[in-house]
Design a protein around this ligand. Structure first.
Ligand code: SF4
Length: 447
């Protein structure tokens, strides 16, 4: 998982300054590295480094990154491979026809097969980035027309992607045919912007126009914007995006994350009612769902856990040791609200069980009489090969333990996971979602 942002401007000569705020808004989608590439009068300049957006881009770097077209990227990471500047994005490559920059959110499932074929033809790879295969395919297919080369490269790849490709003249954006990854189009005056989530538009001062449709390819250049391909397959937006990753002030595929989470909380309260004194949410994604649960159950919502805002998400910290340390410094219970109370703790998901175990223990240490855990997603029983960095199956607690066993392990007085049916209902009721990590059935099988 990662976040992408792009801008094409006809007038502004320093768009990276605006793009920076978009990247900042998408920081929750990845904290390992950040990067920006710009077209500066036909020369593609870029800077990328390990770290958070504000660490990677001091003022002097931003002053240097001038130009009228720009793309940016924030990278998640759970493997040591990602902790390497070579694997930061945007990927910038030079080839016979000029220079290209790519920002990819997603995973190319046939990456190894394609890389093998390209290596057999003598291509040398410098990173583990799936985008490097795409860049090489584009370079190989590019005769006279960049758009045609991109379309041919897309014909070869299978996977999940929200992809931005920038040349010194154009910005091309596309989304995989299943629509697994989100990508939206916005407008800022006469200029166009693209982002994984619409919250980036708000910080850039842009307005949401529409979603990029699954399988759609758009080109933005000096002549304006046009769709050059529409090849959708059955829509399969990643359900985990809505439950866990997206910010509540974003719209993904036109759906308000805030309203979806409120409704999931209401559904959860109807499915799994329990007598208690307060409802609290696990920051961040559990908060809104907890408000929905409280509204429906008529049990008061209270602040129960205070989050240190400067600690990254535990699930995407690279090692178990760092993850556990992350949990300890991340949350602190508000004793005044917890002591002597029967608490309903609402969280978005249970992955390894690390965070929830520690959280339940903290609440009990703070004097909670009972802790009832309500989870706004079904048990995660299968790993994701479509761009979400979930751990392997042996590390997924729900893949290896029954709900009753998990309840005992995490120390809860009761535990309930929302049904998949009601989760889908709370997200609009259609079936246009990938539910692979809850069912083991994926729109694209692993290679
Ligand atoms: S398997 Fe799960 S995490 Fe992966 S794309 Fe599907 S819903 Fe999202």
């Amino acid at each position: 998982m990662s976040g992408v942002v792009g801008i094409f401007s006809k007038k502004i000569k320093h768009v990276s300054q605006i793009l920076y705020y978009g990247l900042y808004a998408l920081q929750h989608r990845g904290q390992i590295s950040a990067g920006i590439a710009v077209n500066n009068n036909g020369f593609v300049d870029h800077f990328k480094e390990l770290g958070l957006v504000h660490e990677v881009f001091p003022k002097e770097t931003m002053d240097r990154l001038r130009g009228d077209i720009a793309i940016g990227h924030v990278q998640y990471g759970t493997s040591s491979q990602r902790q390497n500047t070579m694997n930061a994005q945007p990927l910038v490559v030079g080839y016979k026809k000029g220079a290209l920059a790519l920002s990819l959110d997603g995973e190319i499932v046939n990456f190894l097969e394609l890389r093998d074929k390209l290596e057999d033809r003598g291509i040398i790879f410098q990173s583990d980035l799936h985008g490097e295969v795409i860049a090489n395919l584009i370079a190989r297919y590019h005769r006279d027309n960049l758009e045609e080369a991109v379309l041919r490269a897309l014909d070869d790849i299978v996977g999940s992607y929200g992809l931005l490709v920038m040349s010194n003249e154009k910005l091309i954006a596309t989304r995989d045919p299943f629509g697994l990854k989100p990508l939206s189009l916005g407008k800022m005056g006469e200029d166009y912007v693209l982002a994984s989530e619409t919250c980036a538009f708000d910080t850039m001062g842009a307005k949401f126009i529409r979603v990029i449709e699954p399988g759609e390819v758009i080109v933005i250049d000096k002549d304006g914007i046009k769709t050059i391909q529409n090849k959708p397959k059955e829509r399969n937006l990643c359900l985990f995006e809505l439950i866990y990753f997206a910010r509540p002030d974003s719209k993904v595929d036109g759906k308000s994350i805030y309203l979806s989470r409120i409704e999931a909380g209401r559904q959860l309260a109807r499915e799994a009612p329990i007598d208690a004194d307060i409802v609290i949410g696990a920051p961040d994604s559990g908060i809104v769902t907890a408000i929905g649960y409280a509204e429906e159950s008529k049990i008061p919502y209270a602040e129960g856990l205070i989050k240190n805002r400067y600690v990254g998400r535990t699930f995407i910290q690279p090692t178990q040791e760092l993850r556990e340390q992350g949990v300890r410094i991340k949350l602190n219970p508000l004793k005044e609200n917890i002591e002597g109370k029967r608490v309903i703790l609402v969280d978005d998901s249970i992955i390894r069980g690390t965070t929830i175990t520690r959280t339940v223990a903290m609440l009990k240490e703070a004097g909670a009489k009972e802790v009832h855990v309500r989870i706004a997603s079904p048990p995660v029983i299968s790993s994701c090969h479509l761009g979400m960095d979930t751990p392997s199956k042996e590390n997924l607690i729900s893949a290896n333990k029954s709900i009753d066993e998990i309840k005992k392990i995490i120390g809860a007085d009761s535990l309930y996971f929302i049904s998949l049916e009601n989760l889908i209902k709370s997200n609009g009721g259609d079936n246009g979602f990938c539910t692979g990590c809850f069912t083991g059935v994926y729109p694209i099988e692993p290679k």
